[in-house]
Design a protein around this ligand. Structure first.
Ligand SMILES: NC(=O)c1ccc[n+]([C@@H]2O[C@H](COP(=O)([O-])OP(=O)(O)OC[C@H]3O[C@@H](n4cnc5c(N)ncnc54)[C@H](OP(=O)(O)O)[C@@H]3O)[C@@H](O)[C@H]2O)c1
Length: 267
């Protein structure tokens, strides 16, 4: 299986590398080959033309910015007839991509940056022409860097503001926790490592079914003790409401961009 990645930006580069290290033959196209010599050294063949790269592959992964998706699809349209095209672009609906490339089988995917450490949960949403095998192949690609989950396309904007953006929320929370450690006297590097490990360990306990978060929280709390004082302060500042409002705002923005792209796109 030869896979082409178009767009060697932050996430495209991670995906190309993970596929290559997972044993796939990978080609990629880039407007700036000089920036990607390290990728080339990892056995990924670079093309300067999207069309040539798409022609050389069985499956094409589109990892360009949403505004560039239709332009690139028009460019490669004749090369991806009867091929599977997986777009990871936020906010570009299947119906638009299927209109540009009616002879291709299209799947949308929304991974996140934690693919770098094989922990990404990736939502997969198949288009009308995608077969069961295409869905399985898309899932197997993203299972290489975490876990793939199939969702209806209506859920994609929600997933974008929740899963796609999710690592940014987590990084901010971990950094804030580390700063709290600094405030009480720990050096920042030590506080950061302790905060990250604490969050990682807590997440693993949930994923490994050690209990529901509220039940696990009660394991840590002693009546009248240390932890409940910290939790009380968090409750006073409505941390749950803050997270709900953050995700609401991100999802609304993703929906707004989807509507704008749907209205503006020049087919
Ligand atoms: N970053 C994330 O966490 C994340 C998560 C999920 C989904 N996504 C989606 O992934 C896509 C890429 O995001 P990103 O954060 O990786 O953006 P990015 O770093 O800006 O990468 C986009 C890349 O596209 C390439 N490009 C632009 N025009 C092109 C063209 N005409 N032909 C070929 N390549 C072209 C550029 O790479 P070169 O010029 O160097 O080739 C650029 O580096 C977006 O649609 C985004 O919605 C991102």
């Amino acid at each position: 299986m030869k896979i082409c990645v178009i767009g060697l930006g932050k996430i495209g580069t991670i995906i190309a590398r993970k596929l290559a290290s997972g044993g796939h033959e990978v080609v990629a196209s880039t407007l700036h080959p000089e920036r990607h010599r390290d990728v080339e050294r990892e056995g990924i063949k670079l093309y300067y033309s999207n069309r040539e790269a798409a022609r050389a592959a069985d499956v094409v992964i589109l990892a360009v910015k949403p505004k560039d998706v239709t332009k690139v699809l028009k460019e490669i349209r004749s090369e991806v007839e009867d091929k599977l095209v997986i777009s990871i672009a936020a906010a570009v609906p299947l119906k638009i991509m299927e209109k540009v490339c009616p002879k291709s089988r299209i799947v949308r995917a929304m991974p996140n940056i934690t693919a770098l450490v094989n922990e990404a949960v990736t939502a997969i949403s198949p288009g009308g022409k995608a077969t069961k095998e295409d869905i399985e192949l898309a899932c197997s690609i993203f299972n290489l860097m975490g876990e793939a989950v199939v969702v209806d396309e209506e859920a994609m904007d929600t997933v974008t503001g929740f899963v796609g953006s999710g690592p940014a929320y987590a990084f901010m929370l971990i950094d804030a926790l580390a700063d709290a450690g600094v405030k009480v006297g720990l050096p920042k590097d030590m506080a950061l490592k302790m905060a990250a490990r604490t969050v990682l360990g807590s997440a693993r306990m949930i994923l490994e079914n050690k209990g529901h978060p509220s039940e696990l929280k009660d394991w840590v709390v002693t009546p009248g003790g240390v932890t409940i004082m910290g939790l009380y302060e968090l409750e006073k500042r409505s941390i749950r409401a803050a997270l709900m409002e953050a995700v609401d705002a991100a999802v609304n923005k993703a929906r707004e961009i989807t509507s704008k792209i749907s209205e503006e796109v020049d087919l």
